[in-house]
Design a protein around this ligand. Structure first.
Ligand code: NAD
Ligand code: GLY
Length: 351
């Protein structure tokens, strides 16, 4: 069992352990006698819902389930309203608990609902995707999407605890597992040469060191969150590849997965950094190779002009400028504010 403490305004533990799901009842015993709003999506619930409900009963928790359709469409005003109204109808109290059981979509939605309901009730994250395990379940960012772009409506709301069982990733579609690998590679590029080297050999759900890889990423994120919980400085680094990535997601009407879009964004920024003389050609080649070794895309067919237009609505755009995350080398990245027009040239150079 591996454990990482997140030193946020309300500190909590992230527990990572293969097989943890079957022992959840013992992990949740501190919460007994509370009512729990179990938020999940249909796909995840159909595989794990029955056992999870049994574990919750065993832990002495009374459960109300809210099951959304899988996919990004659950991060909408309509679903958020429906979830909150269901909680009102079930007379959920401030002392009750929300449990986010799913990928990043469910974590973002359930976390936001927990933060809004009666001005905030406790929630726990049980990530079921690699992406949620290494990124979205940790750090307290919650959000839904607006017509104009991703994650524009949200709050910071730290969970009480995160319980991660990497065995759950074995039922992911291969493309969903790979999507998570893009965020994992992001940590290597940002902070850790050794991790990057390991990832460059490719990662599979059954790998013996997957727990260590998850814990490493959570530990790296923990450092950033401890330094800048509310995203006013260094936390922006975690958006490497995301500005272009969000544009790609939006242009594809969310048909392209988050991680795949981030992978393309990261590869484009790496290439642009070479053209700008910031990084060596070897750096961008190594990033492209690591992504391809993990079956992730490194190019998009969307034009630079369409991407620039899509990026304009991103929340990282501040007036006429955008916060870009630039790569100098593996483990050496920096935040730079660029005028939107200039960022367009970076996109062109990255194509
Ligand atoms: P997701 O939640 O849509 O899950 C991907 C797919 O996998 C879904 O179809 C889901 O039903 C299925 N699934 C989940 N767990 C499964 C399992 N164990 N077995 C079988 N199928 C399973 O997507 P995601 O990639 O986990 O998360 C992407 C979302 O996370 C995006 O909305 C992104 O904006 C958000 N995000 C948030 C943060 C944050 O800090 N809050 C960080 C990164 C990403
Ligand atoms: N995923 C970006 C962040 O947590 O800041």
């Amino acid at each position: 069992m591996l454990s990482v403490t997140i030193h946020a305004s309300t500190p909590y533990e992230v527990t990572i352990d293969r097989g943890l799901f079957h022992r959840l009842a013992s992990q949740l015993k501190d919460y007994q006698k509370r009512r729990v709003v179990l938020v999940s999506d249909r796909k995840v619930y159909s595989i794990y819902g029955r056992e999870l409900t049994e574990q919750l009963e065993k832990a002495g928790l009374q459960t109300m389930s809210y099951v959304a359709e899988p996919g990004e469409s659950a991060k909408s005003f309509q679903i958020l309203e429906d979830l909150l109204e269901s909680m009102v109808a079930a007379r959920i109290q401030r002392s009750d608990l929300v449990l986010a059981f799913g990928g990043g979509v469910i974590g973002d939605l359930a976390g936001l609902a927990a933060g809004l309901y009666q001005r905030g009730i406790d929630y726990i994250q049980i990530p079921t995707t690699l992406l949620a395990a290494v990124d979205s379940s940790v750090g307290g960012k919650t959000a839904i999407n607006s017509q104009s772009g991703k994650n524009l409506i949200g709050i910071f709301k730290q969970p009480k605890a995160v319980f991660c069982d990497p065995n759950l990733f074995s039922t992911l579609e291969p493309e969903d597992f790979r999507s998570g690998l893009a965020e994992v590679i992001k940590y290597g590029v940002l902070f850790d040469q050794q991790l990057f080297e390991r990832l460059s050999r490719g990662v599979n759900p059954e790998d013996a060191d997957l727990e260590d890889i998850v814990a490493k990423c959570v530990g790296l994120k923990a450092k950033v969150v401890a330094e800048d919980e509310f995203d006013r400085g260094v936390r922006a680094l975690l958006n490497l590849g995301h500005t272009i990535g969000h544009g790609i997601e939006k242009l594809s009407c969310f048909e392209i997965r988050h991680g795949h879009a981030v992978a393309i964004g990261m590869a484009m920024i790496a290439r642009a950094c070479v053209v700008q003389g910031l990084a060596s050609p070897d750096t961008s080649l190594r990033i492209e190779e690591a992504l391809e070794q993990n079956h992730l895309p490194i190019n998009t067919e969307y034009s630079a002009i369409d991407l620039a237009e899509a990026v304009r609505g991103d929340k990282k755009a501040d007036g006429d400028s955008i916060q870009a995350i630039l790569i100098r080398g593996i483990g050496q990245c920096e935040i730079k504010s660029l005028p939107l027009g200039e960022f367009y040239q970076w996109i062109e150079r990255g194509k």
